[in-house]
Design a protein around this ligand. Structure first.
Ligand SMILES: Nc1ncnc2c1ncn2[C@@H]1O[C@H](COP(=O)(O)OP(=O)(O)O)[C@@H](O)[C@H]1O
Ligand SMILES: O=C(OP(=O)(O)O)[C@H](O)COP(=O)(O)O
Length: 400
């Protein structure tokens, strides 16, 4: 169980500069935030600190910038949504360290909220570089981590800062861990996991442990294409990480040894363009044309997935089954989500889902409120499920 300090331990913080790590890695389309769940979840921490008179300085990453700053990954795009959700003014700075950050912090009054620029615009963030961490720490007196969904990353703003400043967990960090423990600490069996989405390389390794913990693993989305290709099936132009074929094969061997069923799609909805209204058709999974890509799992697969949801007592889900942002490639995700919600409402299923896009998909399906618990976290939640100690949580515990 976590043993970190929380906001309850933070008294008399008027005028203190509090660096608050939040997860603002939210889904965006045409420059507009399409799902504000992550912002809503961190709002209580931000507002509580502001009401107590602290200078609240938000640190966050957005996307995965490769070569330094890029305008489309600037947190200034997210700031208006943060202001709207908080119903409080939020100022911005053009950098998270150095003169731009320091002068923005110096201009703050008690209770003000400032959003610093994307921490991943500096290579030192992901490297957890001590000099970069010190540069971040220079703008704070206290560090609060409320980014549970990024707690599986040992980065400067999620882990390093706790070595430099007095460290506390925010309200969402606390609530997420309590809710996951309650819902999944001793899960009723059978436990069925659904893993889909697009972050294949960063999530595939954790499947090796997950298959030892669950009774069945349903694989969809881009992850499924990688497994199907590993079996020797042609996936055409589908999102697929061919260099992970051997990892996928090892996971299938481990699953067989552990008695975990692996459920791969039997059919897929294919298109030749990744856009709304693109001509599409359903094909068997071993008949994907070389010039097409699978953008959703097909109806036969949804039937098979629903049968596993029916058998399950506990469902854990991260990653949409298809490119749900574009109709009609949302059909499988919406169908499975609605069925899981129905079983949950009927009292037959404990359903826990998480991930920035997964939450957005459940909202799109209109069932987020019907799940037992919806976490803001995807990868972090699955790593927690594996039994791993998350670096962002471990360092808060150590700081106690
Ligand atoms: N077959 C597919 N081809 C391309 N993209 C896909 C496919 N299936 C799912 N996706 C994409 O995966 C993304 C979500 O993946 P991921 O970030 O791993 O999920 P989460 O944020 O919930 O953890 C969505 O944007 C969705 O469009
Ligand atoms: O969106 C996130 O994770 P998720 O896709 O697993 O839900 C977190 O912000 C972590 O982002 P990252 O996977 O680029 O480190």
């Amino acid at each position: 169980m976590p043993s970190f300090k929380t906001l309850d331990d933070l008294t008399d913080i008027r005028g203190k500069r509090v660096l608050v790590r939040v997860d603002l890695n939210v889904p965006v389309k045409d420059g507009k935030v399409t799902d504000t769940t992550r912002i809503e979840r961190v709002a209580p921490t931000i507002l509580e600190l502001s009401e107590k008179g602290a200078k609240v300085i938000l640190l966050a990453h957005f996307g995965r910038p490769k070569d330094g700053p890029s305008p489309e990954l600037s947190l200034s795009l997210i700031a208006p949504s943060v202001e709207e959700v908080l119903d409080h003014a939020v100022s911005t700075a053009s950098d998270c360290i150095g003169e731009a950050a320091a002068s923005a912090v110096a201009a703050m009054n008690d209770g003000d909220i400032l959003l610093l620029e994307n921490t991943r615009f500096h290579k030192g963030e992901e490297k957890n570089d001590p000099d970069f961490t010190k540069a971040l720490a220079a703008n704070g007196d206290i560090y609060v981590n409320d980014a549970f969904s990024a707690a599986h990353r040992a980065h400067a703003s999620t882990e390093g800062l706790a070595h430099h400043l007095p460290a506390y967990a925010g309200r969402t960090m606390q609530a997420e861990l309590e809710a996951l423990e309650k819902g999944l600490g001793d899960p009723a069996r059978p436990v069925v996991a659904i893993v889909g989405g697009a972050k294949v390389s960063t999530k595939i390794d954790l499947l090796m442990n997950l298959v030892k913990k669950v009774d069945a693993l349903v694989i969809g989305g881009g992850m499924a294409n990688t497994f199907i290709a590993a079996r020797g099936t042609n996936v055409g132009k589908s999102l697929c990480e061919h260099d992970l074929a051997e990892t996928a094969r090892q996971i299938m061997i481990e699953a067989a040894t552990s008695g975990c069923a692996i459920i791969l799609p039997e059919d897929g909805v294919i298109a030749r363009e990744f856009k709304a209204g693109a001509a599409n058709e359903t094909v068997d999974i071993d008949a994907i044309p070389a010039d097409a890509m699978v953008l959703d799992v097909g109806p036969k697969s949804v039937q098979a997935i629903s049968a596993w949801i029916e058998r399950a007592s506990t469902l854990v889900w991260n990653g949409p089954l298809g490119a749900f942002e574009i109709e009609p490639f949302d059909a499988a995700t919406v169908g499975a989500a609605k069925y899981a919600a129905e079983r949950t409402i009927a009292g037959k299923l404990t359903s826990v889902a998480g991930g920035g896009d997964t939450v957005s998909a459940l909202n799109h399906a209109g069932v987020a409120d019907d799940f037992t618990y919806v976490s803001t976290a995807g990868g972090a939640f699955l790593e927690w499920m594996e039994g791993k100690e998350l670096p962002g949580v471990a360092v808060l515990n150590a700081a106690r």
